[in-house]
Design a protein around this ligand. Structure first.
Ligand code: C2E
Ligand code: MG
Ligand code: MG
Length: 491
């Protein structure tokens, strides 16, 4: 095969450039203006300086611009960020860096084709540009990801720009007869305070973007305290939730909640566990928060709902009327699909909605009461039992408590476990029980570890209890055995 000599292609470009370089140096030395055509060889067509300038511009643009949208490309972005880091080392200053991701852009490409996808991207870029100042830099990082650099900015201003960009997306896009909406997730970081190099900066912006995916605003500012946890979570949880659920890395254990008056089982609370490849079993405390922050809590909860329903259906064959309690994170209550997910699982396993209880942590409930109340109302209307978990650790307001369609307050174990020796805690529990009853709610005490505490709770009229005193959380099989032994004893 004949080999292609690249110098043949380059020569017509390089030669005039070489000559131009020579002439520039020449006229610069003699302080004379550069003019006229450059003759490359006696036979070649002369190349004007203007043409060369254009050629250079084109080559330069090719090197630094994204061909589709015309904005800067990844190479320029990295270069500019590097320069900024160097600059800020010399003279203190800071820039805001926004990582922007087009939510569900993949579907536009898949459903309407790449041509439409490309057109939408161009329009999105135009709107983003419209929200920026001339001194800002907009670059395409790749695919549907963009980065904006805002020089001389603080968090507040960076957030304002983020909001402006999000607002710019509100009017519907019209692309080739399709009415398309585009929503964005924006991760906001500040340099140099959030990172000392470009890779870390963009990774942190990516973390923030993940947070943004799970909140209503559509943007989030990077929080340095979450990096370690998130690295772990993104690397492992992501894999587990997306691919490896079959491997049983995640599983549920169950702990009974009993009626204080009779000792009957009211329901089994499902608690998640994560078995790591080294066999170590992680408690939810070490990964739920991470899942919440990384946005994976939705997939995780979907898995919990589905698994708890499947296992309940099996257990109900021996124990008709048995109920299960599922813990929900406040993030779930902002997920408008949560209702459908629960309904799906109930239908699939032919369960009565009243056989599911949802425990929602109090801090979560109070973060965005209006939204949460709306979702809770819908859930309650379906016949699901609702309780406020870890009651006493958040900042409940009685006003909201009255508006919440909940049935039970579950008092946090930190008040319960030592209430027989801690007078203040005993007082708090008594007051909570009175308050709940006056609002028409029942009360569950969690963390009951001794007979003395159970005795006190009975005296105070507490309705339900749960704790190591009667049973620790157990695997489904161990729980079934425990239930059958108890049934025999009770008969
Ligand atoms: P929680 O819902 O308040 O669950 C009660 C926690 O107290 C459980 O911890 C349980 O094992 C523990 N516990 C039960 N009895 C006693 C006792 O007598 N003494 C003491 N000291 N502790 C007791 P676990 O399983 O580690 O769960 C911790 C928290 O993680 C749960 O608190 C719940 O908020 C959350 N969680 C568990 N599973 C899930 C889940 O599937 N989804 C979500 N979003 N959160 C979950
Ligand atoms: Mg709970
Ligand atoms: Mg609790």
């Amino acid at each position: 095969m004949k080999r292609f000599d690249i110098s043949l292609l380059c020569e017509p470009i390089l030669k005039p450039l070489r000559i131009l370089g020579y002439r520039i140096r020449h006229v610069w030395n003699r302080r004379k203006p550069l003019s006229g055509a450059i003759k490359v060889t006696g036979k070649d067509t002369p190349v004007s300086f203007h043409e060369l300038g254009e050629l250079y511009e084109t080559l330069h643009d090719m090197a630094i611009r994204d061909p589709l949208t015309g904005i800067y490309n990844r190479a320029l972005l990295f270069d500019r960020l590097k320069q900024l880091f160097v600059e800020y080392r010399r003279t203190p200053g800071r820039a805001g860096v926004l990582l922007i991701d087009l939510v569900r852009f993949k579907y536009v490409n898949d459903l309407l084709g790449h041509h439409t996808g490309d057109l939408l991207l161009k329009e999105v870029v135009e709107r983003i540009s419209g929200a920026l100042r001339e001194s800002d830099t907009l670059a395409r990082l790749g695919g549907d990801e963009f980065v904006v650099i805002l020089p001389d900015t603080d968090t507040e201003q960076a957030v304002q720009v983020g909001q402006k960009i999000i607002q710019a997306m509100h009017p519907v896009f019209e692309v080739e007869g399709h009415k398309l909406s585009a929503s964005l997730s924006i991760g906001i970081t500040l340099m140099p305070e959030h990172a000392e190099d470009v890779d870390t900066l963009l990774r942190n912006a990516d973390y923030a973007m993940y947070l943004a995916k799970d909140n209503k605003q559509g943007y989030a500012v990077f929080d340095p305290s979450i990096t370690d946890e998130l690295t772990l979570a993104r690397m492992t949880l992501d894999g587990i939730l997306n691919e490896d659920i079959e491997r049983n890395d995640l599983f549920l254990v169950y702990q009974p909640v009993l009626l204080t008056s009779t000792g009957e089982v009211s329901y089994l609370e499902a608690l998640i566990r994560w078995r790591r490849p080294d066999g170590k079993i992680l408690l939810p405390e070490s990964f739920i928060r991470v899942a919440e922050k990384s946005g994976l809590i939705r997939q995780l909860s979907t898995w919990v709902i589905e698994t708890a329903c499947r296992e309940l259906a099996v257990m109900q064959q021996d124990y008709p009327g048995l109920r299960t309690g599922i813990n929900l994170s406040m993030h779930n209550l902002h997920d408008f699909k949560i209702m459908a997910k629960i309904q799906d699982s109930l239908d699939r396993y032919q369960l009565d909605p009243a056989s599911l209880l949802l425990e929602i942590t109090e801090t979560g409930v109070m973060l965005d009461p209006d939204q949460v109340i709306k979702t809770l109302d819908q859930l309650a209307a379906k016949g699901l039992q609702l309780s406020i978990d870890d009651f006493g650790t958040g900042h409940s307001s009685l006003v909201y408590l009255k508006r919440l369609p909940v049935h039970t307050l579950k008092v946090d174990k930190s008040f319960v476990t030592d209430m027989d020796t801690d007078e203040e805690n005993a007082f708090i529990i008594r007051a909570t029980i009175d308050l709940a009853h006056s609002l028409g709610l029942t009360v569950t005490a969690e963390g009951v570890e001794s007979g003395a505490v159970l005795y006190m709770l009975k005296g105070m009229g507490c309705d339900y209890y749960q704790g190591y005193y009667v049973s620790e959380p157990m695997s489904k099989d161990a729980m079934t055995k425990w239930l059958s032994q108890r049934r025999e004893r009770m008969q």
